[in-house]
Design a protein around this ligand. Structure first.
Ligand code: MN
Length: 244
């Protein structure tokens, strides 16, 4: 990597960009960098969503320390990573230099999937006996029965799929628009194996950081206990929105 390229990449993480790339505009000030960014299209400023409940509200099933690390460190890292990846892609459009487009596309997928799945994950949980746990209400109960045969069938498949995700990943309940049905997906890591057309309704994080402090290697126990904090009215709301 030559110096100009290194400066470009280094600068792209901060305010001032120095791009000495043949055929690309030479950007040497913050104002010029901002102009190049503006010409590259609108950027979304992704933000870490607040939790709707206290860090310890999901005890005893999910412990406070895990929630603090998971939300404040892991999820925040995804938000920052997505903002940076999208900024780098905008800078690439602005300069016409796409040498790093594969890397930043992968980073955007990795951090983007992380950000959006965690945003769903926090929402689909609620304190046990205060909105969390139990069985689903109304229309989502009917839809689950229609598409899986029974709630027990659904719960069995969702638990088994989540426990058997290879390595890090997620179990996901999704709405498939093409044939208007619910499906259960496994996401290894989370930037892979998406079906793209689906609308995730509910997900469980089975990366080790989601349970290791409390459950160590016993992912199965974590998944079994997780049902005590599922926020079913919220999952139903997601289905209602997806079906619109
Ligand atoms: Mn996680």
């Amino acid at each position: 990597m030559d110096d100009a390229r290194r400066n470009f990449l280094k600068g792209a993480g901060g305010a001032i960009v120095t791009a000495g790339i043949a055929g690309a505009p030479f950007i040497s000030s913050q104002a010029q960098a901002q102009n190049a960014m503006a010409a590259a299209g609108k950027l979304t400023e992704h933000k870490l969503p607040d939790l709707d409940y206290a860090y310890n509200a999901l005890e005893p099933y999910i412990d406070e320390q895990t929630m603090r690390l998971h939300h404040d460190k892991h999820h925040h890292g995804y938000v920052n990573g997505l903002n940076n990846a999208e900024k780098q892609l905008a800078l690439a459009r602005g300069s016409g230099d796409y040498d790093m487009v594969q890397h930043w596309s992968q980073m955007a997928a990795f951090h983007g999937a992380g950000h959006y799945l965690h945003s769903i994950f926090w929402k689909v949980m609620a304190p046990p006996n205060n909105g969390g746990g139990g069985t689903p209400p109304g229309m989502i109960a009917e839809k689950i029965k229609e598409d899986f045969g029974s709630f027990e069938n659904f719960k069995g498949q969702f638990s088994a799929a989540s426990k058997s995700v290879e390595g890090s990943g997620w179990g996901i309940l999704s709405y498939r628009l093409r044939d208007q049905r619910l499906i259960i997906l496994q996401a290894e890591n989370h930037q892979k194996l998406t079906q793209w057309v689906d609308t995730p309704l509910m997900c469980i994080d089975v990366w080790e950081h989601a349970y290791y402090l409390k459950y160590q290697n016993k992912r199965g126990e974590y998944v079994d206990n997780w049902w005590n904090v599922v926020n079913w009215p919220q999952v139903e709301e997601h289905l209602r929105l997806a079906m619109k």
